[in-house]
Write a protein that binds this ligand. Structure first.
Ligand code: BES
Ligand code: MN
Ligand code: ZN
Length: 494
């Protein structure tokens, strides 16, 4: 998909589709749209009144131009209430446009930025969010489907009146990079567990390193054991697919700071001997989402060039039941020396992360972010669209959440509660790997805190928003790639 800038009169443009946004109760068409209306001798205005098009959000009215102007069709898109129109609404509106274009098989379209002229909003931000909405909304995972004969949307031209082209081109490029990184992550997450195993995930990381000129270290089972990662190995031991520990490094010359990104990389979570019921087990290919978010971010860094060193760390494993699987009651020792009583083998993510975080902390980065589809409890607490954010540094949490507000990725803080620390106490080890029924997302986060060694850290539980069968916003069904855009944006501010 190509996104270009268009300057000129839409009513004279030869294109498949012109899109015109309308707020609820908007009386007059905006300038560019008014010209199209005039060229159609007031036809758009008349039709709006006749069919009572009210500009309700996501409502669409297609108008054929019958050859009266060079454009084949005009699409009126309802934008909802103007006072509620945020940057994320703008992003979502563009995803809706892509969908509408697909329905009428348009190859190419022209549209003005939908909130142009609204006070206090930079056009660069609008260009960026438009680019994101377009690429995110156009995403589909069709690798395993029979090829259909469809006309795909190839080009979106954004009408930008009287603004500096070069600044906007940069904004479009940034938005495109962020969305393409997200789509990269979506593609990886959507691959099933028979395709993405720890070995193929490591091969993917190596490829990313080769293409971006980065370093990539991959540790085998033996090397993992040598480092003393007993918690991680306990999870991996039940599967015939051996584990791989992945460490990618992006290191620009002028870097003053460093950050570690750690992703939960369970390529499939059956629950292990604490087996999941089948309804809960289906979709558990998505339990590698955190890892894939890290990989999506890493592959974008050589293109985005932030001035910070970034470690991408993944303890990849498959959680399976078998004769060699770890048992409930087993006691394991993590790399930082702490012992853990494993009472539920389905609480495996925190066991792999215990070692991944210990390893990351040893690198002494300035800060760390982990992303993990860690708990169903987080989905119960915040719903399926919002990620839970926890950590040991409230300034870091605040800064990160502010960044998330800009990208539109829904994230919300959850508190660590020292009253709950006792739930992690074990009679036979330093810790146990589960709490009780209450506050499961928080006890999981507090468990992870035992392995971060005072380094400034945030934990993002993406169990809810990482995957959704049903499409919503600019998510088109399946993996969403949540986290990629916010982490990338955060890195560019460091
Ligand atoms: N991968 C799951 C968490 C999950 C649940 C992700 C639903 C996405 C959707 C995790 O490994 C898990 O099984 N957690 C258990 C923890 C429990 C045994 C303490 C859970 O949430 O039930
Ligand atoms: Mn599990
Ligand atoms: Zn899991």
């Amino acid at each position: 998909m190509r996104i270009t800038q268009f300057q000129g009169d839409m009513s004279r443009a030869k294109t498949d589709l012109i899109v015109i946004g309308m707020f609820e109760g908007q009386k007059r068409l905006q300038r560019a749209a008014a010209k199209v209306n005039a060229a159609l001798r007031g036809g758009i205005q008349r039709l709006i009144q006749e069919v009572k098009f009210e500009g309700r959000r996501d409502k669409i009215l297609m108008i054929h131009t019958l050859g009266r102007i060079p454009a084949k069709q005009v699409c009126l898109l309802g934008l909802g209430k103007e006072e509620e129109f945020t940057l994320d609404r703008h992003r979502r509106a563009f995803a809706r446009i892509v969908q509408a274009a697909r329905e009428v098989q348009a190859r190419q379209l022209i549209t003005p930025l939908l909130a142009e002229g609204k006070r206090g909003r930079a056009t660069a931000d609008l260009c960026r969010s438009a680019a994101e909405g377009i690429h995110l909304g156009a995403y589909r995972f069709q690798k395993y489907l029979k090829k259909e004969e469809t006309t795909d949307l190839r080009q979106v031209s954004l009408l930008v009146e009287g603004s500096s082209i070069s600044g906007l081109a940069a904004a479009i490029r940034t938005g495109t990079l962020a969305a393409e990184a997200t789509n990269y992550t979506r593609d990886l997450v959507n691959e099933p567990g028979n395709v993405i195993t720890p070995i193929t995930l490591a091969a993917t990381a190596r490829k990313i390193a080769r293409q971006g000129g980065m370093r990539c270290k991959v540790l085998s089972e033996k090397e993992i054991a040598k480092l003393g990662m007993g918690a991680y190995l306990g999870v991996a031991q039940g599967s015939t697919n051996p584990p791989r520990f992945i460490h990618l490094t992006y290191r620009p010359r002028n870097a003053k700071k460093s950050i570690a990104l750690i992703g939960k990389g369970i390529t499939f979570d059956s629950g292990g001997l604490s087996l999941k019921p089948s309804e809960a087990m289906a979709t558990m290919k998505m339990d590698k989402s955190g890892a894939c978010t890290v990989l999506g971010v890493m592959q974008a860094l050589p293109k985005l060039k932030p001035k910070v060193a970034v470690h991408g760390i993944i303890a990849a494993a498959e959680n399976m039941p078998s004769g060699t699987a770890q048992r409930p009651d087993d006691i394991v020792r993590a790399m930082n020396g702490k012992t853990i009583e494993v009472l539920n083998t389905d609480a495996e993510g925190r066991l792999t992360l215990a070692d991944a975080l210990s390893y990351a902390a040893r690198l002494k980065p300035d800060c760390m972010i982990d992303l993990a589809t860690l708990t169903g409890a987080c989905v119960v607490a915040l719903g399926e669209y919002t990620a839970g954010v926890m950590g040991n540094d409230s300034t870091f949490i605040d800064d990160f959440l502010k960044t998330a507000e800009k990208t539109g990725e829904l994230m919300w803080p959850l508190p660590f509660d020292e009253n709950m620390q006792e739930k992690l106490k074990s009679k036979v080890a330093d810790l146990k790997n589960i709490g009780n029924r209450w506050g499961g997302a928080i006890t999981a986060g507090m468990f992870l805190r035992e392995f971060v060694d005072e380094i400034s850290w945030i934990h993002i539980d993406i169990a809810g928003p990482a995957f959704s069968e049903k499409p919503w916003g600019y998510n088109t069904g399946g993996a969403t790639g949540i986290g990629v855009r916010t982490v990338l944006q955060y890195l560019s501010t460091l």
